[in-house]
Design a protein around this ligand. Structure first.
Ligand SMILES: C[S@@+](CC[C@H](N)C(=O)[O-])C[C@H]1O[C@@H](n2cnc3c(N)ncnc32)[C@H](O)[C@@H]1O
Length: 504
């Protein structure tokens, strides 16, 4: 068991890591970009090979806590001049036997950039599969994985007074939220995870994160928050003997019931104006769309914006998560687990499994104005938080305007938007016109000539109404009909970030 972290030792360790220049950029340049990418795929050898026989503090700490490999004590001692090897052992981060020190955890630097600039944390978590060289134990505390980074990047960059992180694990979302709020409550059913969160807060000298033990919303009964983030254990797992139930990814309920509980339960903990963001998987059952299932879980008093990034078929989903647990394809155990997953999906008539982002907001006053359930396949790895914040702000402005008000508004096209026109060879008029977003979710939408003309004319000069009048004249169509056709689509372009109000 990881001991309760000692604040003095944590600060001494931070001094040593800092003195060694133990940062993600330094490690990346020490072992190279390709080896760095390979680490995220569970392949450590290229990084080890690149470090060669280097014995400087950065290389030694990188081997021990970046890659999870033993190091000679004579190399480690000079890399930890403040805390000493004994201090690192006392913190539960390493074990010492004879001349060798073995890692008990990983401590990896993790960079994040947001509207306030760049931040880097050292994040301690359990040794991963690559470091262990085999399957994970069920109480594994996850480091910063792909889903963690996705949610961290999605966090809307608004400041607030208080925040809640459900299923905090190593504490990455809590640290991320703490940049926006002075107080974060971080919960988990794993006491071990909460120790990692406390350790990581101390290591990074971040105060204001309070850890609470318990399931879902139990530890915060009766409390409300202005921000909630949750990367819950959303992986759908068969409930049969012999299938491992990893705490870090599996909430112990059937199908997508845990994600349903998070989505359905979060409204009670949102203060007016409060915003909740989470990730999740949802099932498609016998022709019922997964997005419709999510809609059925959402409290209708809330604003909702749900973005589905992908839908996997049951076999692809089973393969993904059986491999993630460290069971190797081609083995009898692999075949047995895949079969258990397929049987479980069959029992509920599951035909696909959606993955995506859920954003819910309690309106400051009045009823909800936002109800979007959509599929967005593209999007890359951008920091979506500032984009989502801008889209919500613009949506809120548009929601206050009736159609006359919107027609009076002056808009401008966002600077990252480009237009592509496709022509049949030899034809003058385009057969397809597309608007493409360079930032945000990198959306591409097809528009007709009237909407293309309107967007093209939104340069912050004339307001929307007169522009529509001029386009109607040009196209020789009825101005009222065109206005009725275009204004709803202008609202759509505002909430998706293609158009902005002039003074935004
Ligand atoms: C996918 S991990 C996310 C960890 C971290 N927040 C991140 O973004 O990387 C899910 C976390 O939820 C915790 N958990 C599992 N079941 C839970 C429950 N019923 N209530 C609260 N937390 C739970 C797990 O222990 C694990 O730490």
């Amino acid at each position: 068991m990881l001991p309760e972290p000692d604040p003095t030792l944590c600060h001494l360790l931070a001094d040593d890591l800092r003195a060694a220049g133990y940062s993600s950029a330094a490690l990346r340049s020490a072992w190279g970009v390709r080896a760095d990418d390979a680490i995220s795929r569970g392949l450590l050898e290229p990084a080890l090979r690149a470090l060669g026989d280097r014995r400087d503090p950065l290389a030694v700490l990188g081997r021990l806590w970046g890659l999870g490999r033993s190091v000679p004590i004579e190399d480690l001692a000079p890399a930890l001049p403040s805390i000493g090897v004994a201090g690192a052992v006392a913190l539960g981060l390493a074990a010492h036997e004879g001349d060798t020190v073995t890692p008990a955890v990983l401590v990896r630097p993790q960079a994040i950039a947001d509207a306030d600039g760049e931040e880097e944390w050292w994040i301690a978590s359990d040794l991963d599969e690559a470091a262990l060289g085999g399957p994970l134990p069920e109480d594994h505390v996850l480091g910063v994985g792909g889903a963690s980074q996705t949610l961290a990047r999605l966090q809307v960059t608004w400041r607030a007074a208080s925040a809640l992180d459900i299923g905090t694990g190593c504490g990455i979302q809590a640290l991320r939220l703490r940049r926006l709020v002075p107080r974060v409550v971080a919960t988990d059913i794993s006491e071990r995870a909460l120790r990692f969160t406390r350790l990581n807060a101390l290591l990074n000298d971040v105060d204001g994160i309070e850890t609470r033990h318990g399931s879902l919303f139990d530890p915060v009964a009766g409390e409300t928050f202005e921000r909630v983030a949750s990367n819950p254990p959303f992986v759908i797992t068969p409930r049969v003997a012999g299938v491992p139930a990893y705490e870090y990814r599996d909430g112990g309920l059937e199908g997508d019931a845990l994600v349903a509980s998070v989505i359905a339960g979060v409204g009670a903990h949102l203060a007016p104006g409060g915003l909740a963001q989470s990730l999740g998987n949802w099932e498609y059952r016998d022709g019922e769309s997964g997005l419709d299932r999510v809609k059925g879980w959402v409290d209708p008093a809330l604003d909702a914006w749900v973005i589905e990034r992908e839908v996997l078929d049951p076999l692809a989903y089973a393969e993904l998560w059986v491999r993630d647990g460290g069971t190797v394809p081609g083995t009898p155990a692999y075949a047995r687990l895949i079969d258990a997953w397929l049987e479980d999906f069959d029992q509920r008539g599951v035909t696909g499994i959606g993955f995506g982002y859920v954003l819910l907001r309690r309106p400051l006053a009045g009823g909800p104005t936002l109800e979007r359930y959509e599929r967005v396949a593209s999007g890359g790895e951008a920091a979506f938080g500032p984009h989502l914040a801008a889209c919500l702000e613009e949506h809120d402005r548009a929601a206050l305007l009736d159609d006359d008000g919107l027609a009076d508004a002056t808009l401008r096209v966002s600077p990252d938007v480009t237009e592509a026109r496709h022509h049949h060879p030899g034809e003058e008029a385009p057969s397809v016109i597309e608007l493409r977003q360079g930032g945000g979710f990198a959306r591409t939408i097809e528009v007709d000539p009237a909407l293309a003309a309107l967007v093209g004319a939104c340069d912050g000069d004339l307001s929307v109404g007169p522009l529509i009048g001029a386009i109607a004249e040009l196209l020789d169509v009825d101005a009222d009909d065109l206005r009725a056709d275009l204004l709803p689509r202008v609202r759509e372009l505002i909430v998706t970030g293609f158009l902005r109000f002039l003074d935004a």
